[in-house]
Design a protein around this ligand. Structure first.
Ligand code: ATP
Ligand code: MG
Length: 271
């Protein structure tokens, strides 16, 4: 038998608002936090704050659009979610290809349009359009993509919200050149580069903040990594750390270094 208590329980736990903020969705994308491994990450967040303020304060720009661009695994989605959450806007929505798996082109366009139309109903909104190239079904062989979705995004990225409404749009991509070729680049007021971790000292920043190695291991890694270079996305770096945790104590640092070599091409010097 369903009682009032069940109903209240469902209301509190199971029922999500149709529009408005669902903060837990956003937190999912920042599962491992945001590590400040270099000044550039602070700069990305700072640029985000600037654009949030611009959306709130400027009379002339009711639509502010930013694109976070970087290699796969560099942390674009997490940074976009972080900036969106920090806006504190009453309407936040995540538009992700993962929630549209198996959709037809038409269904995809309808569901993207709905997100924007819902956003226009709030005075201040922030919409994240994650992984644009996947949303477009982009495939490098061919190359192929959905022109229907492309035209929809193009229109939505330029459409001004109704009078008195403001929208901050944050998009992400790993395919900056493709986005440019498709003519989507002009839609953005600011393009922000999300860098890969590229220096040994930056790795040390990450592992110190995570507290994942003992003091002795840290000392050793510090010596090994100090003058090294590589290129690895923060998401892959976290994977390497997880992997090394599975090794027995004596092999842990060796496992970590070999993973960095394999995935990030860790090598001596030159920076
Ligand atoms: P993909 O190319 O697959 O879309 P991505 O670039 O979007 O990957 P994310 O999915 O954002 O990468 O993964 C980044 C992960 O690293 C998240 O779990 C996040 O919590 C964590 N992380 C830690 N520090 C940072 C940071 N400084 N910036 C971004 N993400 C970070
Ligand atoms: Mg992503």
């Amino acid at each position: 038998k369903i009682t009032r208590a069940d109903f209240m329980q469902a209301l509190a736990n199971d029922i999500k608002p149709a529009f408005g903020v669902s903060a837990e969705d956003f937190e999912l994308y920042i599962r491992n936090g945001i590590l400040l491994w270099s000044q550039t990450i602070r700069d990305v967040l700072e640029e985000g704050h600037l654009r949030i303020n611009q959306t709130i304060k400027s009379e002339m720009t009711p639509l502010v659009t930013i694109l976070l661009e970087g290699k796969p695994n560099s942390g674009k989605t997490a940074l976009a979610a972080k900036i969106a959450m920090e806006s504190g806007f009453p309407f936040l929505k995540f538009c992700s290809p993962q929630t549209m798996i198996g959709y037809t082109e038409t269904a995809k366009c309808e569901s993207i349009k709905k997100i924007f139309n819902d956003a226009y109903k709030s005075e201040l909104s922030c919409v994240v359009v994650d992984d644009i190239e996947s949303l477009l079904d982009y495939a490098p062989i061919g190359p192929r993509f959905s022109n229907f979705v492309l035209q929809t995004l193009k229109l939505l990225f330029r459409k001004l919200p109704p009078k008195g409404r403001k929208l901050l749009l944050i998009a992400t991509t790993s395919e900056k050149d493709i986005i440019k070729e498709m003519g989507l680049m002009q839609s953005f007021s600011k393009v922000i580069h999300v860098p890969n971790v590229s220096r040994g000292v930056e790795i040390l920043q990450v592992i110190e903040q995570l507290d994942c190695f003992s003091k002795k291991e840290l000392d050793y890694l510090s010596k090994e990594l100090r003058n090294k270079s590589l290129s690895i996305g923060v998401k892959s770096l976290l994977d390497c750390i997880e992997l090394s945790k599975q090794a027995t104590d004596v092999y842990r640092t060796a496992k970590f270094l070999s993973a960095l070599e394999e995935i990030g091409g860790l090598h001596d010097g030159d920076y």
